[in-house]
Design a binder for this molecule. Sequence first.
Ligand code: FE2
Ligand code: FE2
Length: 391
Amino acid sequence: MENIKKLGIMGGTFNPIHYAHLLSSNYVLEKFNLDKIIFIPTGEPPHKKDINIVSAEHRYNMTKLAIEDNDNFFISDIEIKRKKTTYTIDTLKELKAIYGDDVELYFITGTDTINQVYSWKEPEEIFKLTKFIVTTRPNYVLDDNTKDLVLKHKDKIYFCETPMLEISSTNIRKRIAQEKMVTYLLPKNVESYIYENNLYKIDFFKKYEKELNMLKNSLTEKRFNHSIQVAKEAKSLAIEHKEDIEKAFLSGLLHDCCKCFTKEEIYKAKDKYNFKLDDVLEKQLDLAHSFLGYYVAKDVYNIEDENMLNSIKYHTTGRANMSKLEKIIYIADYIEPTRAYFEGLYEARELAYKDLDKAMEYILKNTIDFNEKKGRIIHPLSKEAYSYYKN
Ligand SMILES: [Fe+2]
Ligand SMILES: [Fe+2]
């Protein structure tokens, strides 16, 4: 590397790297007149395998792609190559060895990290080897810990206000798992790399191929497609509200498994499973598909989890005090992305990702109003559910 006097160090997991990393790096480079910034992806976590962190090789490749059009940025694999636990002190020593003792190192970090330096290995030695540039939001007020640290290490800690984009790797990973767009959050080539290598994706279609085929044979094409959409929506809601993702997917997939039963098939199934149709179900036979779904999911699809079975059972009527999974399936059925527009759909979608109980209240009210207008009888379970979620 040619003569570098001031070298910025940008370390991180970069899981994945995104525009906020790049923008703040560039700000720091400009403001502190750095010659270059070296991006150093961290190695594999030594002990616990964190399933959310993709391999060092992928993180290295993504970082490389992200900075390829900037001559002031370059990448290093020194932390990845080090097979043991990596410490900042080792990295700093290695950089001094490579670029010479005269190179001035500027370790770029955030406000949270700077306060942790004293929990790192050999903190005093670290302050001898590098300066710190702490990126902050505009008008950020230092807390007492940081003030003490700055007093102790005058001329070693600098602050740099950078425009803070509301972008985080966590959020990008979540969006990809939810099959939402991440365009404009990270460079296009990184986005493509993620898709090409199937990173951060959560997909159960392979695992449940058998169930999918069975379902396909027992539903109309339209109903089958709807089931897939409900499965995906339920998965996405489960990610948002921290429910079991796989259970949500599978319950969503099977929720309408009896929806295409003929009248004869409904009567046959109710006898087979010893299920008694109440007055409302007797008059509105279509509602029975969710109750029979409970038995068919158990008997034909071998679902044993009572919570999953109940989420299928109550997806048409709802009930008071539903489990999180029950709410997710009920709501996913209502808001899945291919639903044709009706009044209240967008509001329901919005609420679903904010507050499941509020979404329940909203959807129950809409559904009850709609059915009353159509002259249908409202199932007592729905009335109970509505009065429960209203309060
Ligand atoms: Fe249904
Ligand atoms: Fe449905």
